[in-house]
Ligand binder design. Structure first.
Ligand SMILES: [Zn+2]
Length: 327
């Protein structure tokens, strides 16, 4: 199943991407100076990039976020996602992504502007609340997942996340990737869009099963911009490398997937799609050795709780004059 993996040296990975990929799209959803819509204003009736239906069969009244708000995107919108698809993704895959991120959103500060974010663990053993840069932690009396080391000013937290399905989390990332594609490229992703809109056991469709892996990296100390998303395209397609790879940096968490494209990817053999971790900007810094990389198997559509473990350094409340919790 999941495993922490050693990455090839950064020089090798830089060379790999320089040789095989070009950066196709790079966007930052949390930068208000870059508020933008990814699609040009449609000249005629609008068409949905996912279900293919047009006005007046479907409406486009709601503001569709190209990348969900829950990961800190307030400024990237799509004009080619109909209200029906928007609602479908919101109540299915994006809910699973939120549950998968779980406490990380509060702990990493991925919060809506001027709003507090509250979180209850899947078993209601722990509550977290973030306010004015501080995290308040309220454990149940019997909660045994908290270890405090006052000498090193360090806490370790283990808790259950709310339930989610890994396959849906993977789909949420694929949905973001497809939202960033220019419309003409969507012609290569018709199967993928249909698969995204399917629900149930289609998650294990043979055409897509080998894609469903996600690399997840935690980059301590680094504070990459929130909702930083990037697509890279295989410059030599079709090859045995994925046509597109998608990278999303959410606070200190970096996710990477191969975007399924049954038309362009040569995947005749039964093998996991190759993934090489995109070099992170901090990998040339002294903190590079602290990056924790995990390759996650996202092939299960069973809805279950995940276990989360966080290790944090903390500042004692009396040393933190700005905190309202010191009152
Ligand atoms: Zn649609």
């Amino acid at each position: 199943m999941d495993k922490v993996f050693g990455m090839p040296p950064v020089a090798y990975r830089k060379l790999f991407y320089a040789k095989n990929y070009s950066v196709y799209c790079i966007e930052e959803g949390s930068n208000p100076t870059k508020a933008m819509c990814l699609d040009p204003e449609p000249s005629g009736s609008r068409q949905c990039r996912f279900c293919g239906r047009s006005e007046p069969d479907v409406s486009f009244d709601k503001e569709a976020h190209a990348v969900p708000k829950l990961i800190g995107n307030y400024f990237l919108f799509s004009k080619t996602e109909c209200d029906e698809c928007n609602a479908f993704f919101g109540r299915t895959v994006e809910r699973d992504l939120a549950n998968h991120l779980g406490a990380a959103r509060v702990l990493l500060g991925i919060t809506p502007k001027n709003r507090n974010l509250k979180y209850g663990s899947g078993d209601r053993e722990v509550y977290l609340e973030r306010q004015e840069g501080c995290v308040k932690l309220i454990p149940a009396p019997r909660y045994a997942g908290l270890i405090v080391d006052p000498e090193r000013q360090r806490i370790e937290l283990c808790m259950k996340s709310p339930k989610y399905s890994r396959s849906k989390v993977y789909k949420a990332l694929v949905k973001m990737a497809l939202s960033l594609l220019p419309l003409p490229e969507m012609s290569h992703f018709q199967d993928t869009a249909a698969w995204l809109l399917s629900s149930g056991r289609e998650c294990l469709d043979n055409n897509f099963i080998n894609y469903q892996w996600m690399s997840e990296r935690f980059v301590p100390r680094a504070r990459p911009r929130l909702a930083f998303v990037m697509l890279v395209r295989n410059a030599n397609a079709p090859t045995f490398l994925p046509y597109y790879m998608f990278v999303a940096a959410i606070g200190s968490l970096v996710f990477q997937i191969a975007v399924p494209c049954t038309e362009k990817d040569r995947n005749e053999f039964d093998a996991t799609i190759l993934q090489v971790a995109y070099p992170h900007v901090v990998e040339s810094s002294p903190y590079a050795t602290e990056i924790v990389s995990t390759m996650k198997d996202m092939r299960s559509d069973i809805t279950t709780n995940g276990m989360e473990r966080f290790v944090y350094n903390y500042i004692a409340a009396e040393d933190c004059p700005k905190s309202k919790w010191t009152e």
